[in-house]
Design a protein around this ligand. Sequence first.
Ligand code: GLN
Length: 500
Amino acid sequence: MTDLTRLTAAELAEKIHSREVTSAQVTRAHLDRIAQVDGRVNAFLHVDTEGALAAAEAVDAELDKGAAPASPLAGVPLALKDVFVTRDVPTTCGSKMLEGWLPPYDSTVAARLRAAGVVILGKTNMDEFAMGSSTENSAYGPTRNPWDLDRIPGGSGGGSSASLAAFEAPLAIGTDTGGSIRQPGAVTGTVGAKPTYGGVSRYGLIAFSSSLDQGGPCARTVLDAALLHEAIAGHDPADATSIDAPVPQVVEAARAGAKGDLSGTRVGVVREFAGEGYQSGVSAAFDAAVEQLRALGAEVVEVSCPHFQYALAAYYLIAPSEASSNLARFDAMRYGLRTGDDGSASAEQVMAATREAGFGPEVKRRIMLGTFALSSGYYDAYYGQAQKVRTLIARDFAAAYEQVDVLVSPTTPTTAFKIGERVDDPMAMYLADLCTIPANLAGTAALSVPCGLSADDGLPVGLQIMAPALADERMYRVGAAYESATEPLINRVPELGGEQ
Ligand code: GLN
């Protein structure tokens, strides 16, 4: 019998909907795989065995009655980043602060997945409060990269991307504030998309930096990512920044792209994302990908976005500033952890003791940095200045998109680094998102697709394809065309072996 964990979501959906297999069988196959390998990968913080099987059986019961599938992905299992609240299912956001918390409601993303008949297998590991590029900032131990268990799977959504590369799930959800969907996708040889800001509801997404946070799909193929994108996207009155416009038709775009014809498509190579700091194997794989796009008929030009060089600095003022405000809600009164309450302690003392015990070092660093950047006398020099840079970056994008349809760059300057290698060097860690951050600051869309293995170390490299706001379909079309012309990398992930 076919190993159900090796199939794409589209293939699984086809088999489930034609009743060749049941959703329960598919779900069990993935739960078994998780039981077999997750002791080594640590992609999951919580596996909801009962809930997943019940959801799968409910889908099967409907299909057995002859009902049409609730959605194109009905019955297909998925791994959900633990930053999305799920009713009565533990949600920790990778933090001790929320250990043991059972949310009383579902995030819109979780609710839409359930309504679409998607089976939620469990919650995936992540850097605490989504702050990080390696998943080493999780309070529950790092996730390991299935390509090499001594290396990081990227972050903050390392658990989601690793679950795909380990064949524990065919689909996953991530969030991308500065690159946390695309960078893990790149270093695990999987696909990840950051939709246009406002494209996917943030309701029930535990806030890190509200003007940047965006949920999106992770998958092993561009088509699967597109199917998942459409399942979760669309206007939500519960999120004031949700866009009230038709959802970009990304599935149609991915199918059209898979025909492999890019004639008439103008591709801009971002000049600033090359040179020093880029591993030679990454640059070589990227250059080969650009040649491939040209061979598919695309017209390739070099484009300059001069303000992108300030993106990282602006991001590390804006994101911590918003985080310092958002994380004020963890006050020992309302959610999760409460410590230091000996009966005589003041509310302030309980709050201080709880925050001291509940937050890890990176979260504390960001709260202090952000509080400082917002403080009176410094606000204009730091936060205000960073917001101006943000405008300049948005203008660079606007000018570029007058000349080209999509922009491309490597997703990350390097392949997956070793666990422990950058933990003591925040600047080195932050550099992992050098190429992904501009799209977050401008609110535009971007996708990462696997583009071969680096000749330096045999590890996956990601090709970033960026598109204007609300033109997400462009990146899916180009990504699917590129994918159709290249060998699927995912089949080369080393076997994780049978026993724990
Ligand atoms: N690595 C970046 C950070 O640490 C981005 C995180 C994210 O996108 N959630 O902030």
